[in-house]
Design a protein around this ligand. Structure first.
Ligand SMILES: [Zn+2]
Length: 147
């Protein structure tokens, strides 16, 4: 065996990977904004958001990008009446968790009355990206009618 190839230097690979990891979330938001959202899926059926190099559930490093379903299902939500200073102008607002296939996303739920009784669990939503006044971006959900 003549394995004198030392091309896969682990240290260089690590630093390159962490640079990618640091920009991963912005790129993911770009993709979501373009209706091309995806999840990092492992062979065991777990899904997570970038930046990831290993599955947070089982540690698998065999992650692949899987397209998100176009609609998700509202699983839980919280009507927020007292915001942090950054959100103070927005209250009341709704934070929610929706499932897009195996992926659970957290975001703001828009286009609903911010009243507990008015928001049905199981609501179909689509995910978009909202840009806040300070320039930061966040996931936002909007109800959709499913035919
Ligand atoms: Zn996994």
């Amino acid at each position: 065996m003549s394995e004198d190839g030392v091309g896969d230097d682990v240290d260089d690979g690590e630093s390159a990977a962490s640079r990618i990891a640091n920009t991963g979330h912005d790129e993911w938001l770009d993709a979501l904004a373009a209706s091309e959202g995806y999840a990092m899926a492992c062979p065991n059926g777990h899904a997570s958001l970038p930046p990831r190099r290993v599955c947070p559930e089982c540690g698998s490093s065999e992650l692949s990008e899987e397209p998100l379903p176009s609609t998700g299902t509202l699983r839980t939500f919280t009507v927020v009446h007292v915001g942090s200073p950054a959100f103070a102008a927005d209250v009341p607002y709704v934070t929610a968790i929706a499932e897009f296939g195996p992926l659970r996303l957290t975001g703001l739920l828009r286009d609903v009355e911010p009243i507990d009784e008015e928001i049905p669990i199981g609501l179909s939503v689509e995910a978009t990206v909202e840009t806040r006044e300070n320039g930061s971006r966040t996931v936002a959900f909007h109800p959709v009618d499913v035919p």
